[in-house]
Design a protein around this ligand. Sequence first.
Ligand SMILES: C[S@@+](CC[C@H](N)C(=O)[O-])C[C@H]1O[C@@H](n2cnc3c(N)ncnc32)[C@H](O)[C@@H]1O
Length: 538
Amino acid sequence: MTNTLHYGDCLDVLRDMEDASVDLIYLDPPFNSNRDYNAFFTSPKGGESHAQITAFEDTWHWGSQAETEYADLLKNPDAGQLGETLMPALRSFLGENDMMAYLTMMASRLVEMHRVLKDTGSLYLHCDPTASHYLKIVLDGAFGPTSFKNEIVWKRTSSHSDSINKFSRIHDVIFFYSKSNKPIWNKIFIDYDDEYKKRFKYKDDKGYFTDGDLSAKGLSGGGYEYEYKGISGYWRCPVETMERLDKENRLYYTKNNGIRIKRYLEELPGVLCGDVWTDIFPINSQSQERLGYPTQKPAALLERIIRASSNPGDVVLDPFCGCGTAVHAAQKLGRKWIGIDITHLAIALISKRLRDAFPDIDFKVEGTPQDVEAARYLAEHNGLEGRYQFQYWAVSLVGGIPANDKKKGADSGSDGFIWAYDSPYAKKPYKINISVKSGKIPANHIRELGGMLGKNGVEICLLLTLEKPSRTMLKDALSYGYYEYPDGVRKFPRVQILTIQDLFDGKKPQYLDLSPDGPSTLKSAKKEVKKQKQGSLL
Ligand SMILES: C[S@@+](CC[C@H](N)C(=O)[O-])C[C@H]1O[C@@H](n2cnc3c(N)ncnc32)[C@H](O)[C@@H]1O
């Protein structure tokens, strides 16, 4: 199951996973923040304003789903004390409210995560103070209180001006638990702070250094008494070592006739990383890494966690993977990985992110439809949510940006679009409007699409449909003629229809993007360049 992206609820995917099959889990679930998170899609140069769409909602209510998950949890033998005493105690304290619904969702998934972890495995749960106090109790229940390792405080922003009558909340909390008392652990060193670096005030051709004592005076172990280059003393090392250090240009002769050893900043490992992290900056609107997905975490944060609690070749799992920061970092650091997300927006974004960053990468995507029947299932089950997920999936198949926000409702015939340039010299891109239909196509739909042509930059309309179009529809589509490129050679049908089966058969929309920079529907991740090991110079 490794190097796989799964579309779906992580509870279902986790339940299908084998016991003790994962080395490290990082999860950054919704935090119960009671708000929606929008994904931003940048438009290419000259295009209209950026598009945004609700990526996921973070609002929880006690209802039938929470009740069912709660009942299942209490019956689950893997839940142990968490199901038997802890969750009932929380329920009696909190009542059947939003927090209890959120904690039930988290508890059922954490029990599965504990099961799939190997004995040497660890889990990092990223959250914030909205629910961290309860989540720690739930984690104690799922893992056992003695499995708690750290509460990491990550300073994620500087200051908020909107805090009334309280201090600004500027940190996230990351709980670190291990399954046994022998987890995989690699020490992490971080850079010295500027104040400490000031001590390295001398410089030679090897870099900045500070001087360390070579005198053995006052040391309990004793030393060596001899004269070196006319300076007599009681030294920490024998004369042979002194000579070697001298040859290596590691001795520092002080003005008052002393000898000290040079300690180079470059050669020191750094300070051991503690549990308060202030040296990793959040993704902001100017960040190079920013892909436009809400709550995207910085790669450096995930790289630190992965380096500390896994080794190359180990399996890293992110069950709420968003735009795939953990997956990206795992791939970069030579770990195997599994990513799960419940929205097609995320799965499409991660697939593109991985291909941009690692052009030769090989991975599987599971849970997305592989045939027309599965596509129909996606569209027809799970009500409105299913229909939107079907739209996002269909739009991603042709590399489009989704445009129909499920929170705004109303299907306007515009479910997504693609930007394309009709010439390398064009100042502005034109738009290919995408309409997605999972049911019967309304008789006037082709005319509706035709009516969009020539307005708001739309030059081509593309209909993606599960059902086959009628002959009349095909004829109607043809009647809108061709969009002709300024070179006088290229021309493409102005109204195009592709069935989902066509897409499975490898058919593609007809257009050519002549942008000098290549197509730019979603922001691209920077290509990761493998660092070559420095060979021996001699
Ligand atoms: C806070 S975001 C994760 C961001 C991620 N760490 C990153 O750097 O991009 C949470 C993600 O969890 C997903 N999600 C919410 N409920 C889920 C569930 N039950 N199963 C899987 N994914 C879920 C949401 O779609 C969203 O993408």
